[in-house]
Each structure stands twice: as structure tokens, then as C-alpha cells.
Design a protein around this ligand. Structure first.
Ligand SMILES: [Zn+2]
Length: 188
């Protein structure tokens, strides 16, 4: 299988690669990192590059220096977040896959994506594209709890280079940092 990998530099990207390689050892992934000006973009970009380099993947970066996403502060946690970031990333990645004539898009993302989004997104891509231009989204880690994902790649030498925190500098206290710390990882 040949697929575009939406490479966020995160744990889920690393886990998704391993999961797909187990299923298909001949898998060919084309890594894509998108910088939409999210607060953690600099750290995420470095992590995405490390993941791509270590897996010998071709690596492409889309950079939108002005930032396409507004940063919101979550009232409950006082932490910043970027609404619909993943929706934008998926659309851009699908467009990149189509440009390369690649029929699959791999994503480890969960935030703001629902089963309903998956269904509609897949339907739109199928409707828009006629073979060989249809792009099928794959979510290898969908349905697997965060702690289980971390345990799955706990021995991966890259795991502490991945990032999770949305902040420009890992805060150490948000839910994402706490998940990492609880599993013995660095807050990143
Ligand atoms: Zn954090």
C-alpha cells in the first residue's frame, strides 16, 4: 500500500506507522507535516522530521506562516487549543494525496474528529474523486485508548521525541502532558 501520512510529530503518528507496518510490511508512506501556525508548530515540526527521517519516509512540509487557525483559550483548563485544526489538516492531506495520485491518507488524529466526520469526509472524498483519484482515509489507532497507544510504542526510541502538548513549550500540567507523565514519558 502507498499512503500519505499526516505526520503531526505526535505519539499517534508513531503508533500509526507501527500498526500499519505490522499489517503491511511493504507499506510506502509519504509523510506530510502542515504548519498552520498552531502554538506548538516549531516543536511539532522537529518531531515530525525526526519520525520521517527515522523511518526513511519522503517528507513534505506545508507552511502557512501567518497561521490559519485562531488559538482559543479553553475556559475549563485555561489552556490554548486550535479548533478544527485536524479538520483542516485532513483536507490539506487529502489534497496532497490526490496530487500525488495516492489513494490512501493515514491519520492518527482524534481531536475534534468524530465517527460522523470520518463518514462524511470519506463520502466527500469518494464522491469527489473517481479512481484513481479517490482518497480513502485510514485511522489505524482509532478506538484504542491513549494509554494503550503509549504502551504499544513504549519501547520505540523516538517516543520521547514525539510531542503531545498544544503549548509552544510543553506545560507539564495539561491532560496531554499528564498522560505522558503517567506512562513514564517526558512531558512534551
Ligand atoms: Zn501540556
Amino acid at each position: 500500500m502507498i499512503a500519505v501520512l499526516l505526520n503531526s510529530g505526535g505519539l499517534d503518528t508513531l503508533a500509526s506507522i507501527r500498526k500499519l507496518q505490522e499489517i503491511d510490511p511493504t507499506l510506502e508512506l509519504h509523510s506530510l507535516f502542515v504548519d498552520l501556525g498552531q502554538p506548538n508548530a516549531t516543536r511539532a515540526k522537529a518531531a515530525a522530521q525526526a519520525i520521517a527521517a527515522n523511518h526513511c519516509l519522503t517528507h513534505k512540509e506545508f507552511v502557512f506562516p501567518e497561521g490559519l487557525t485562531a488559538v482559543e483559550v479553553d475556559a475549563e483548563t485555561s489552556k490554548t487549543r486550535t479548533p478544527y485544526l485536524n479538520v483542516l489538516l485532513h483536507i490539506l492531506a487529502a489534497s496532497y494525496a490526490r496530487k500525488l495520485n495516492i489513494g490512501y491518507l493515514v491519520s492518527g488524529a482524534d481531536d475534534y474528529l468524530t465517527a460522523e466526520f470520518d463518514k462524511k469526509f470519506a463520502a466527500i472524498l469518494a464522491e469527489e474523486g473517481r479512481a484513481p483519484y479517490a482518497v480513502i482515509p485510514l485511522y489505524p489507532m482509532r478506538g484504542i485508548a491513549k494509554d494503550d497507544r503509549i504502551q504499544y510504542i513504549l519501547n520505540d526510541p523516538l517516543i520521547n521525541q514525539t510531542i503531545s502538548c498544544n503549548e509552544a513549550v510543553a506545560c507539564g500540567v495539561c491532560v496531554k502532558c499528564a498522560e505522558r507523565l503517567a506512562n513514564g514519558l517526558l512531558a512534551n
